[in-house]
Design a protein around this ligand. Structure first.
Ligand code: HSE
Length: 427
């Protein structure tokens, strides 16, 4: 049986998890998969004594060239995160004909096109199941189990940190600020939480997922993005009153050659299967032309779930035996000019508006909506104190540009003190 010698770049949460699975499941993988894996080298920035409790000291190196120049190493597993030096190491490994497996969503989403170009030239494999949804086998489901379908929609809860924060805000009525501090104490949120709470992490993942689902490269800048930092406890109370909850949804829709891709806080019905993804859990809901709706659910981060996806890629690469699979689309840096990117998409909207509590206010506001072709489905007056009232309005599907114009029109009405929030609603 051929022995596949692998090298792991990075020995943090994911890298050490990969090492453990390869070691602990070695005999099972040999027996069940016919794949004999052996970790030959581990690249770290500096040698730390605690590493040697997990793996023998002689495995570790601080010099990438000890891996690149080792002809025995045929698979390089990148678990460093971030763009550099990961990008340089991946390019060099691919150029040398080594298959690369990575869990690094940022580097894949930003440099996919150049990695794939080099991989195709050298015949190396390039696999990244762990980049979207951690342990959830979502990319392979799209590429290897849904080929018979045209996928028209992906809806994802694909960031665990924000999902933890939003779940706490919804279920415990806490503010964004106090929930973020709690998430940081538990190690779910980073000291600098920007990448998660501003939605960047979800855009990296949606870029990869939607490109694969829709067979067209959708680079990160094509994705509309809004984070969760502006959400208030009142938004969650309103959502609850209306039978919704708020999720940071990654949304992709395709109709013909028109594609929309966006990440923003979204109200969805409490009965939607995606609402079952609470706390740090992730879920992806797909609609295929033949299979209809499916949903995959699981842990989107953590050592063992992410390592599960990484090792699955390694085994998949071994089974390809040099006949590697690449994307179904032409993977250029820019989006193909055959695709129309939809920025004026249709959505429902929920608005909270602070108004003077006087006669005719509702009629003035509804007139503005009508002028901009926005139709209302629900109107609630939630508070009336000191001559002010808070009005909640939910629209039917409306065009984003019409809605923006309507909001501007409402803001300048004398009876309107302020538009407190505008949150999109996915039906
Ligand atoms: N920061 C990511 C999350 C980790 O919160 O989901 C997994 O990509």
């Amino acid at each position: 049986m051929k022995i596949y010698q692998v090298a792991i770049l990075g020995f943090g949460v994911v890298g050490s998890g990969v090492y453990r699975i390869i070691k602990e499941n070695h005999d099972d993988l040999k027996h069940r998969e016919g794949v004999h894996l052996h970790t030959k080298r581990v690249l770290v920035r500096s040698l730390k004594p605690q590493y040697f409790d997990v793996a023998p000291e002689e495995l570790f190196t601080t010099n990438f060239y000890n891996i690149l120049n080792d002809d025995d190493v045929s698979i390089v597993i990148e678990c460093m995160g971030g763009v550099e030096p990961a990008r340089t190491f991946i390019l060099k490994a691919l150029k040398a004909g080594k298959t690369v497996v990575t869990s690094n969503k940022e580097v894949i989403s930003k440099h996919w096109y150049e990695f794939e170009k080099i991989a195709k030239q050298s015949g190396a494999g390039l696999y990244y199941e762990a980049t979207v949804g951690g342990g959830i086998p979502i990319l392979r489901t799209v590429t290897d189990s849904m080929q018979a379908n045209n996928i028209s929609r992906v809806l994802g809860v694909i960031n665990g940190t924000t999902n933890y924060i939003l779940t706490k805000m919804a279920e415990e009525g806490k503010t964004y600020e106090e929930t973020l501090i709690e998430a940081q104490k538990l190690g779910y949120a980073e000291a600098d939480p920007t990448a998660d709470v501003e939605g960047y992490d979800a855009t990296y993942k949606l870029s990869i997922l939607a490109s694969m689902a829709f067979h067209a490269h959708l680079p990160v800048p094509t994705i509309y993005r809004e984070g969760i930092t502006g959400l208030s406890a009142m938004d969650f109370q309103t959502a609850k009153q209306l039978g919704y909850t708020i999720k940071l949804l990654a949304i992709g829709k395709k109709q013909g050659n028109s594609i929309e891709v966006r990440v923003h806080p979204t109200m969805i019905s409490k009965d939607h299967p995606l609402c079952g993804a609470r706390g740090v859990f992730n879920a992806v809901f797909l609609t295929g032309s033949a299979v209809d709706d499916i949903m995959l659910y699981g842990r989107g981060a953590g050592a063992m779930p992410t390592a599960s996806a990484v090792v699955s890629d390694v085994i998949y690469a071994c089974h390809r035996d040099g006949r590697h699979r690449y994307m179904t689309f032409v993977n250029h840096e820019q989006m193909s000019d055959q695709i129309e990117l939809v920025s004026n998409f249709s959505s429902g909207y929920c608005l909270r508006i602070l108004v003077t509590d006087s006669t005719g206010v509702l009629s003035k506001i509804t007139q503005v909506f009508a002028q901009h072709n926005v139709s209302l489905s629900t109107v609630l007056q939630t508070q009336a104190t000191d001559g002010e009232a808070s009005i909640v309005m939910v629209t039917h599907g409306a065009m984003e540009m019409d809605m923006k114009a309507a909001v501007e029109g409402i803001k300048v009405l004398d009876c309107v003190k302020s538009v407190l929030s505008v949150i999109r609603v996915e039906e």
